[in-house]
Design a protein. Structure first.
Length: 86
């Protein structure tokens, strides 16, 4: 891919992300904690978008408590949302 092609792709990607952010509503996203494994670490966070039944992101590690998973999930959601300004 030539230098001009890369520049065009980066510019196009930026325009697409900018257009998506117009339609982006941060309140559409939420963290859900689910029991997905046997003890001692059964809890996992998942991020869902309104209207979708599958998570868009989930933790790669398991947690001992609901509280720990929820805290980590909220931090992951916060990080995720910084990629798409409101």
């Amino acid at each position: 891919m030539g230098r001009l092609d890369r520049h065009w792709h980066l510019g196009a990607a930026g325009r697409i992300l900018q257009a998506m952010s117009i339609l982006f509503d941060q309140t559409d996203f939420s963290v859900v904690v689910k029991n997905r494994a046997p003890p001692p670490k059964p809890w996992k966070w998942e991020i869902y978008r309104a209207g979708r039944k599958n998570p868009i992101e989930s933790s790669s590690v398991f947690y001992e408590t609901v509280e720990a998973a929820n805290r980590a999930g909220k931090e992951a959601l916060k990080q995720f949302l910084t990629e798409f300004p409101a």
